[in-house]
Design a protein around this ligand. Structure first.
Ligand SMILES: [Ca+2]
Length: 308
């Protein structure tokens, strides 16, 4: 063996200053990129824009729908959605601005008009999307539902991520729907299975009297891994994350916004017929949100304290 002396270049214990600066810059860029990716993924999957802290949850939403007859509901909270085209369910109506208005007596009214001559029905749909949403807590609305062949009134929630991940990945909670008649209330949760498929949990509950006869309080409560629905003080659905059929995913621990709609026709209720009234009204007296920590002893289905 030949003992050779390998001459190595002198290695300084620290990289030269310029190299170190470059590494620091690279590291900083990597950290910023990682944060951007995390925030972007969060925005994409939950619909919550970064740095907003998840709008909604800390705010009490209460709308008594006071205002002059014919006025639109508060534009800071509500957007009226318009248009025809079936809305994904082959619905017949065209949603118009005029179909959604305050009645001057403290109610928000959606009017469905089904012309006897068979021309296009008109109706209304409104949402809090991009204006108000909540992740956890209790949301209630006092509503007098309409009924009639081909009518589908609904109080429902969609995940705020609907614009990015689409349906059913964003999740849908149907607090109450009553296709055609109101002797029975129908309730659904819809979520994603795989990339495009959906899971559904459905409940139909017979009512002692038609819901259309009077106002009732419809409630959704969202807690981590749990959704509860109620008609007045009666719990009609109580679903936990574990109840979702595998490989379905639970997507409700994320912000959801509110929709009220009165659809006409379509794949579920079927078309209106000669028995359908020319004009029907879905009347909403109030909507109220309580954050989780303020539910306390307030019984489910309770009305808000009046006055003020
Ligand atoms: Ca009211």
């Amino acid at each position: 063996m030949n003992a050779t002396t390998v001459s190595r270049p002198a290695v300084s214990p620290q990289p030269p200053r310029r190299t170190r600066g470059r590494w620091l810059l690279l590291a900083a860029v990597a950290v910023v990129a990682a944060i951007a990716v995390v925030l972007g993924v969060q925005w994409w999957t939950t619909g919550v824009p970064p740095f907003t802290g998840g709008y909604g949850d800390r705010d009490i939403l209460f709308d008594d729908f006071d205002g002059p007859a014919g006025a639109a509901p508060d534009r800071n909270v509500w957007s009226i959605q318009t248009g025809a085209g079936g809305w994904g369910n082959e619905e017949l109506q065209e949603y118009t601005e005029e179909a959604v208005e305050l009645d001057g007596e403290g109610n928000l009214v959606i009017t469905a008009t089904v012309p006897a001559d068979g021309s296009t029905p008109t109706s209304g749909r409104l949402t809090t999307h991009d204006k108000w949403s909540f992740t956890y807590g209790r949301l209630s609305a006092r509503i007098q539902l309409p009924e009639g062949q081909g009518l589908l009134p609904a109080f429902w929630l969609l995940g705020d991520s609907i614009d990015t991940v689409g349906w059913p990945a964003a999740g849908e909670i149907d607090v109450v729907e009553t296709p055609n008649d109101t002797s029975r209330s129908v309730h659904h949760l819809h979520g994603p299975t795989g990339r495009t498929d959906r899971w559904s949990i459905n409940e139909g509950v017979n009512m002692p009297a038609p819901l259309a006869d009077d106002f009732h309080v419809y409630t959704v409560e969202k807690h981590p891994g749990r959704v509860i629905l109620a008609v007045d003080d009666r719990i009609v659905m109580d679903v936990e994350e574990w109840d979702v059929p595998l490989p379905g995913r639970w997507v409700f621990d994320a912000p959801t916004h509110v929709l009220f709609s009165l659809a006409v026709g379509g794949v579920w209720p079927g078309s209106p017929d000669a028995t359908t009234p020319t004009e029907t009204r879905m009347v909403i007296d109030w909507i109220m949100y309580l954050p989780e920590d303020q539910i306390g002893d307030v019984p489910i289905g309770a009305s808000p304290p009046k006055g003020g």
